[in-house]
Ligand binder design. Structure first.
Ligand code: ZN
Length: 164
């Protein structure tokens, strides 16, 4: 289930069970429902697809603290090598190599195809003239929705930012 903040900003993905609890406790309202019903123990209700929290939840903006995974890096970078644009053989590359003191941070990790990664090797971007197309940054929180849910149900699309 896609969870929207009171401001309609997508913040999370949760299980159906969790969504039902939030709805029953009136902590969330149903925004999009499935045509299929959900049969719970004592009740039948429309299966939620998108819910919205009734009161605003301060979303931690510290996405930089979220775990950096390959999938999250690829999702942020549009599943394309940040050096040549290739979409196959993706790996993650440290822009400043670790051997040169580069950190494993969102600002220093990009998606790179295996050939570019090999070509760049242990060199600094300016030594080999390979600079990422977009300066890597901490991703938008919506990225983690794409990571949590590999297939995005059509009912969610209008709530997710295009770029994510
Ligand atoms: Zn490449």
């Amino acid at each position: 289930m896609l969870v929207l903040n009171a401001t309609y900003e997508p913040i999370n993905v949760c299980t159906v069970r969790r969504a039902v609890v939030l709805l029953l406790k009136e902590k969330a309202e149903l925004i999009e429902r499935s045509s299929r019903d959900l049969h719970a123990e004592y009740t039948t209700m429309a299966r939620p697809v998108v819910i919205r929290l009734v009161s605003y939840v301060r979303v931690p903006r510290d996405t930089h603290k979220r775990k950096i995974t390959r999938r999250a890096v690829f999702a942020r970078d549009g599943w394309a090598c940040q050096y040549c644009g290739s979409r196959s053989n993706l790996t993650v590359d440290h822009v400043i190599p670790r051997s040169k003191g580069g950190l494993s941070s969102w600002e220093n990790i990009v998606a790179a195809c295996a050939p570019c990664n090999r070509r760049k090797g242990d060199r600094l971007p300016n030594q080999i003239g390979m600079t990422p197309r977009k300066a890597p940054r901490t991703p938008h929180p919506a990225i983690f929705i794409h990571v949590a849910s590999p297939t995005i149900p059509s009912g969610w699309r209008q709530y997710l930012p295009e770029a994510a």
